[in-house]
Design a protein around this ligand. Structure first.
Ligand code: ATP
Ligand code: MG
Length: 420
């Protein structure tokens, strides 16, 4: 690179860095997630960011927005089409089959990581974003839906936003119920098709259920008088949904039935749900999921039931506070001529008892102390001559300015709260 030939130092549009407190915020949400899913007996299933394109084309449905508009597709050097994963479930089903986990049901799998969708970037909507998610395979009973929903509630409660969010649930029924309703929707909307938004006109014959979830006012108008999917449920589909609702009530989980919750991907049947946060406007859905009983078979596996959800971490970050920044508890500063290895040994003695410690060797003592004050470092230890020679170090408590001359072992004892 020549001078003037500058590297563009901005990240790709719609993708971002998570620096310092923001990185800590993201990681703290991940920690809450892994803690909660472990309590429910889920095991991690971490899959590659790139999958063969077929994994998504087969599973998501060709008419879904994700497939038709949002995927990052690329050809590898061998000419094979690959996709940067836009969501987690399809890759998890692929992994279930690749690892023959389907032979040992039930399986409870949890994942976390970046997802990629080519959408218009805005608040709460990025091109690289992060999801956490869970999938429960091999249990078609309403109890599995209830347990998955309970986990979503526990997770949002632990994150601190369940009280500001509303759980909306719906049922799409079994494939039979869904097909009957789909036809009714087409029959109802075809005569007024010219009044629909462009997106909905396109969806009318590919994915008409999705029109229910349109935000366009003209579409709302056209939908007036459309019967509810509830009217098309087969008795067994109705029974499934009733039992899910009864299970939630028994647990004291607040929820609303919202017939518009249809979800964007083709693979959902029966229960679908979204947790919507009140303070995030149009990007208020923080967690969404449902039942996808046909998906494993569609992807070439056995006929296995599945239910799960995914939550968007960037939206959770907008709705929660980051953890307080935590500077290291102690910075060890070798004095000018001191051999630094004594400082490293001392810092490591702190770490050994769980106290975070760093060594700052560079720059004048004045500069280092100014930086320590700026960063809110609570303790500084000065190491003069190697402590094995002098036998002592100086500990400064930054809040009071008090200094103590101590042996290295005594300094460790003081910072662990012990008496001398
Ligand atoms: P939306 O209707 O907001 O586009 P979606 O139906 O496409 O959402 P899902 O595929 O169900 O979303 O993904 C689950 C969750 O992941 C969403 O509820 C949201 O919290 C988050 N999410 C989805 N797309 C994005 C994005 N582009 N940027 C940030 N978070 C996202
Ligand atoms: Mg979307």
């Amino acid at each position: 690179m020549t001078e003037g030939d500058r590297l563009d130092v901005q990240p790709v549009r719609g993708m971002r860095d998570y620096v310092g407190v923001e990185g800590a915020h993201l990681l703290s949400l991940l920690a809450v997630f892994w803690e909660q899913v472990a309590l429910f007996g889920y095991t991690p299933c971490l899959t590659p960011l790139l999958e063969e394109a077929g994994v998504f084309f087969r599973s998501l449905g060709e008419s879904s927005d994700v497939i038709s508009k949002e995927m990052y597709t690329l050809l590898d050097r061998g000419g094979d089409p690959l996709v940067l994963r836009p969501e987690g479930t399809a890759g998890i089903v692929r992994a279930l089959l690749s690892n023959r986990l389907h032979q040992d049901m039930p399986a409870h799998l949890a994942y976390a990581g970046p997802m990629f969708r080519y959408e218009r970037p805005q608040k709460g909507r990025l091109r690289q974003f992060h999801q956490v998610g869970v999938e429960h395979f091999g249990d078609a009973s309403p109890e599995a839906d209830v347990e998955s929903l309970l986990l979503s509630w526990r997770f949002l409660t632990a994150v601190g936003i369940a009280g500001d969010s509303c759980l909306q649930i719906n049922t799409l029924g079994d494939p039979e119920s869904r097909a009957a309703f789909r036809q009714c929707l087409i029959d109802h909307l075809t005569p007024v098709a010219h009044t629909l938004s462009a997106d909905s006109q396109r969806r009318l014959h590919t994915n008409p259920l999705r029109i229910l979830d349109s935000k366009d006012l003209a579409d709302h108008q056209a939908l007036i008088g459309v019967p509810s999917l509830q009217d098309f449920l087969t008795p067994s589909a109705r029974d499934h949904f009733d039992r899910v609702c009864a299970g939630l009530k028994a647990l004291g989980m607040p929820f609303e039935i919202n017939p518009r919750i249809v979800r964007g991907l083709d693979y959902y049947v029966h229960t679908t749900f979204e947790w919507v946060h009140g303070g995030l406007g149009a990007q208020g859905t923080v967690l969404a999921g449902g039942r996808y009983d046909g998906l494993v078979r569609t992807m070439g596996g056995p006929d296995l039931a599945g239910v799960g959800w995914a939550a968007g971490l960037e939206r959770l970050m907008l709705a929660t506070f980051p953890p307080a920044p935590s500077p290291p508890c102690v910075v060890v500063m070798p004095e000018d001529e001191a051999p630094p290895f004594g400082a490293h040994q001392l810092a490591d003695a702190f770490r050994h008892v769980g106290i975070s410690a760093m060594v700052w060797a560079e720059g004048s003592m004045k500069k280092r102390m100014k930086k320590a004050a700026q960063r809110g470092i609570p303790h500084v230890v000065f190491v003069g001559q190697a402590p094995e020679h002098t036998g002592t170090v100086r500990l400064k408590i930054m809040a009071t300015g008090q200094q103590y001359t101590l042996s290295p072992a005594q300094a460790v004892t003081v910072l662990t709260g012990g008496a001398l």
